[in-house]
Ligand binder design. Structure first.
Ligand code: ADP
Length: 680
């Protein structure tokens, strides 16, 4: 496997996927990538936008809270200051209890945010007018504004006492924390936050201010109560996202107020008094988690010196935007305003929108991919597939394949080329089939002819040779008997019969030889023999030919020490007999010379005659089967025209060659080159 090429796997895989899928996949992938990118970017932008928006929102909410709290908390001190001025300027007399009582009662009607206005004296007494719910105002005082019994009266709508509600003994204002705090500070201050005994279930804070007579002598402490529930109600009225919260805590972490309206105190089991609630013990998870985070982040809540915006996550990974802002005034107030907004409040909608957008885009993408698929399928894949089917059918030999596309683009041109190719293939195949049919019938004809030839040859061999041998044999016997009987005159006729018979046998032998050679049934038999002995035998065999008829002289030149030769003895015998026979046949009263030469391992047999010779234009033809130089003089020599053909083929079989030189009217020289096969 080619591990260097990272695309090897992909290209391998792509070879198995269909063309249609392969063309649709890239467009679908592209659309999905675009969708995901768009979704991611829009979400990212939305997150940034939410960050900006919530930052502004926190700032604005905090500013509104600060504004309201300053307004709320300024009022009790304003009331004290008015009363202090009135006493100081003798507009009010602290010993005129009835006038003071009426003044406080009417003042309480004016300042709705103040729940109680009172005065404690250096003698331990008190005069207080308090409103614990909307309709009920009580007047509380000690006798002569000195310490002692503490009387609580209900009042009517004119501010007059109606009936005594309660008497509590041993009251001493100078022992109360609010009184002590004011004396100790010697200026207007806030008391610590406390829980109201009556009415139960609310937290309060009191603005305290020492007052003096015109000589500068301390007379007592003026006080105005403020119920912190007011702040909670205001915080509750603020809308911060879907589930954002605001709450106010002291530096110690104790709750002051919260938008949840959760009671900022708790009565422990078995206790008779309410205890203030620490924000980390709140039942509201957001308040609890925010305070815990602030404590961990700053180490101590007292270290928060300025406005801070912080993002954090609570359990479950929900991101929260938080702002903490210190709230301080000249009377010693030191609280922290906390605004927390969950990111989900804003992102929920954005996420929902993004989800819808992505979903819509995916639906559109799928539809577009489908359309692209259909388009590609119709326009590209289907034509290619039909070309593919046609090509497959063509490969299976179904030649009549045409693809019909009415198009002029590349695919149309491809289809045209295919159609042309298919047509040409069909034509070529038809021509090939016809040629094959013709060739097959020729082959069958040739085979039939060959069979006929073989049959003919076999017949000739058997049917002609047997009667010929009989004719020769019987003519021999008749000649002997006729000679005994004294009929001398029929002897020449009988000899003629014998000669003609021998001639016919020779011709039949030649025809059989050539047919064996052509059928490649002629075999080579190598033997070692003495060349001089061969020449003697051949000369002895041909001598009767020379003595009869043409009256030629045979001259033989063969060195007796010429040695031995390994080749096919029968074939070299036949070659030499044939050439000597021809030389004698085409020579009249001349000489035929048989010369044998040896050049190392090559032996040359040369048969030269002084006969009629061969014209140059016929020299190349005389080795062809059945060829005879056809003129009036030569036709009379008879023969089959196969002798030289057999000589040439035999020479080839023994690895040699036969060559001829001739001059018309002067004679011919046939040379046979025969290599020694022993060393070959
Ligand atoms: P054939 O049976 O006719 O002799 P060959 O194949 O032996 O057939 O010879 C072919 C022809 O070559 C002969 O018919 C003859 O015309 C010519 N030919 C062969 N040998 C000689 C020769 N020595 N001199 C002249 N012509 C020859």
């Amino acid at each position: 496997m080619n591990i260097k090429n990272p695309f090897y796997g992909i290209s391998k895989l792509s070879q198995k996927i269909s063309l249609r899928t392969l063309l649709v996949i890239p467009s679908v992938v592209l659309i999905f990538v675009a969708v995901l990118l768009t979704g991611y970017l829009s979400l990212h932008n939305a997150q940034n936008a939410v960050n900006d928006v919530t930052s502004q929102l926190r700032e604005e909410i905090t500013a509104r809270i600060q504004q309201h709290l300053y307004n709320y908390l300024e009022t009790p001190h304003l009331v004290n200051q008015i009363n202090s001025d009135a006493l100081h300027l003798n507009l009010l007399n602290m010993y005129d209890v009835a006038a003071l009582e009426s003044h406080f009662w009417h003042q309480l009607q004016l300042f709705e945010d103040v729940s109680g206005i009172y005065l404690g004296t250096e003698q331990g007494g008190i005069l207080a007018v308090a409103r614990y719910d909307k309709d009920q105002i009580t007047i509380q005082l000690t006798e002569g504004l000195t310490k002692g019994n503490y009387y609580t009266y209900s009042s009517n709508k004119q501010g007059q006492r109606t009936h005594l509600v309660e008497v509590a003994p041993n009251y001493d204002a100078t022992k109360r924390p609010w009184y002590k705090a004011a004396i100790q500070a010697d200026k207007p201050v806030w008391s610590d936050i406390y829980t109201f005994v009556y009415p139960a279930g609310s937290l309060g804070i009191t603005a305290n201010q020492p007052f003096y007579d015109y000589t500068g002598k301390l007379q007592g402490v003026l006080a105005a109560d403020f119920m912190l529930l007011k702040i909670s109600e205001f915080l509750h009225s603020l809308k911060i996202g879907r589930s954002g919260q605001t709450f106010i805590i002291e530096r110690s972490g104790l709750m002051v107020a919260s938008s949840t309206l959760e009671q900022p105190f708790r009565r422990e089991h078995g206790s008779r008094e309410d205890a203030r609630l620490h924000a980390t013990a709140s039942s509201i998870p957001l308040i609890r988690a925010s305070t815990q985070y602030l404590q961990e982040y700053f180490g101590d809540l007292s270290k928060i010196n300025s406005n801070q915006q912080i993002n954090f996550s609570i359990a479950g990974g929900e991101k929260q935007f938080l702002q903490v802002t210190p709230l301080q005034d000249i009377y010693g107030l030191d609280w922290l305003i906390v605004v927390v907004v969950p990111e989900a409040d804003f992102l929920e909608k954005v996420n929902a929108n993004t989800r819808i957008t992505v979903l819509l885009i995916i639906i559109v993408a799928v539809l577009v991919a489908l359309l692209i698929g259909i388009f590609i399928s119709r326009w590209v894949v289907d034509p290619v597939l039909s070309l593919n089917h046609a090509a497959k059918a063509l490969a299976q030999g179904k030649w009549n394949q045409q693809v019909h596309l009415q198009r002029e683009d590349e695919i149309g041109q491809l289809a045209n080329s295919f159609n042309q190719m298919s047509k040409q293939l069909q034509e070529s195949f038809t021509a090939l089939q016809q040629a094959y049919t013709v060739a097959e019938s020729s082959r069958q004809t040739a085979e039939a002819a060959s069979r006929a030839k073989s049959t003919f040859l076999a017949t000739m061999s058997h049917e002609l040779r047997t009667p010929l041998n009989a004719i020769i044999g019987y003519s021999n016997l008749i000649a002997e008997e006729v000679l005994d009987m004294g009929y001398q005159e029929v002897i020449p006729s009988l000899e003629n019969i014998q000669k003609s018979g021998q001639l016919l046998l020779g011709m039949i032998g030649e025809v059989l030889d050539i047919s064996k050679i052509e059928a490649e049934k002629m075999e080579l038999e190598l033997t070692e023999f003495d060349i001089a002995t061969l020449i003697k035998e051949v000369a002895t065999w041909s001598l009767p030919l020379f003595t009869a008829g043409n009256q030629n002289q045979l001259i033989v030149h063969c060195p007796s020490e010429i040695g031995k030769l390994t080749t096919d003895l029968i074939k070299i015998q036949k070659i030499l007999q044939n050439l000597l026979s021809n030389a004698n046949k085409f020579t009249h009263q001349g000489t035929v010379t048989l010369t044998v030469k040896r050049l190392k391992l090559d032996v040359y047999f040369e048969i030269a005659d002084t006969g009629i010779g061969i014209a140059p234009e016929n020299l190349a033809q005389i080795f062809r089967p059945f060829y005879q130089v056809d003129n009036t003089t030569t036709r009379r020599y008879g023969g089959t025209g196969l002798g030289l053909t057999i000589c040439e083929r035999f020479c080839q079989m023994i690895g040699g060659k036969v060559m001829v030189q001739s001059e018309l009217g002067k004679g011919s020289v046939f040379t046979v080159w025969c290599p020694d096969r022993k060393v070959c």
